[in-house]
Design a binder for this molecule. Structure first.
Ligand code: CP
Length: 340
């Protein structure tokens, strides 16, 4: 069973999110680590998106730039379940020519009592250039970054941050709408426990989107509007009014306390996205979900598989965006522009 952790108050999450990445080794223009969305300015996001365009095209034509990470070692260290994030990082790293290995808690020496920091030092001693880490504890990626000589990418730490998900979401929206400036985005669901929403609120705001959030009262922190500059509304109908984008979030049962527990059928009754409810939004509204989706809870199957769904595009774009991130960790701007 997945470890239960207390939800991280938004204040702490935000404080962690604004801490700049340490800068103590030679690195590319992205910074030494990517721990939170706020490590990036809008110009850096746009450069990543340009690089992702190049990788997306190259992957489609089956001619990936294998020289980019040749001779580099990328380790994916996942102490929570993952399909999309782990596989897309591994595919991206392999397509760019890296040596790639995966470590899970169950099969590692952490199961025998080794600390996270000592595990990180061990991987560092083996020559890991980039460690991609997912962990149930907020701040775990930053803890690893403090003890390693290489680069660390946060692939999700508790309820704190999931910056690469937010970047691939914004990239997907930019490809659809050309710009996120004044784009009306409705985020629906479990705001309290979602690292995806914390990172998305930072990225969407940085790129000029107009964000409204809604969800059950017990799952929307009181201070979210003040901390992230979004609008909070009580009902799905209000949130969808004029929305161009609906981003649905999974109920994070693994992080819920009893007080915040929410029955899936109750959530679906009030906040589930159905084809009928989509008519409350603009006619050309698109639907997103970071996954994994609980069909019939956050999205009905016809919405998830329908023409307005960007769910599968998000997954496809994740490989290209993560390739751009890995590349930017180790190369300067010349490297990014040098991939054809
Ligand atoms: N969106 C996301 O992080 O999915 P995974 O848990 O499958 O990586």
């Amino acid at each position: 069973m997945a470890a239960r952790t207390s939800p991280v108050p938004l204040g702490r999450a935000n404080a962690l999110a604004v801490a700049p990445a340490q800068d103590k080794a030679s690195h590319g223009w992205l910074g030494r680590h990517l721990l939170a969305a706020s490590d990036l300015c809008p110009a850096q996001m746009q450069r990543l998106f340009s690089a992702a365009d190049t990788h997306l095209q190259a992957f489609a034509e089956r001619r990936p730039a294998r020289h980019v990470l040749a001779g580099r070692t990328v380790l994916t260290v996942f102490f929570e379940p993952s399909t999309r994030t782990r596989v897309s990082f591994e595919l991206a790293a392999k397509r760019l020519g890296a040596d790639v290995a995966h470590i899970a808690q169950a099969g590692s020496s952490m199961a025998k009592g080794e600390t996270l920091q000592d595990t990180a030092r061990t991987l560092d001693a083996m020559g890991a250039d980039i460690i991609v880490v997912r962990h149930p504890q907020a701040g775990a990626a930053a803890d690893i970054a403090r003890v390693t000589g290489g680069h660390v990418v946060n692939a999700g730490d508790g309820s704190h941050a999931h910056p690469t998900q937010a970047l691939l979401d914004a990239y997907t929206l930019q490809r659809r709408f050309q710009s996120l400036q004044n784009l009306r985005v409705a985020i629906v669901g479990d705001i309290a426990h979602s690292r995806v929403v914390r990172s998305n609120l930072v990225v969407l705001k940085a790129l000029g989107a107009d964000v409204v959030v809604t969800g059950p009262r017990s799952l929307v922190p009181a201070d979210v509007a003040a901390r992230f500059g979004c609008t909070v509304v009580r009902t799905l109908k209000e949130a969808l009014d004029s929305a161009q984008v609906v981003m649905a979030l999974r109920l994070q049962h693994e992080r819920m306390t009893t007080a915040a527990a929410m029955q899936p059928h109750v959530f679906a009754e009030h906040f589930g996205i159905t084809a009928e409810r989509l008519s409350w939004a603009r006619p050309d509204v698109v639907v997103m979900h970071p996954g994994p989706v609980n069909r019939g809870v956050e999205l009905t199957s016809d919405v998830m598989d329908g023409a307005q769904s960007l769910v599968w595009a998000q997954i496809k774009h994740g490989v290209a965006v993560r390739a751009a991130i890995l590349q930017a960790m180790v190369q300067g701007p010349e490297g990014l522009s040098g991939v054809q």
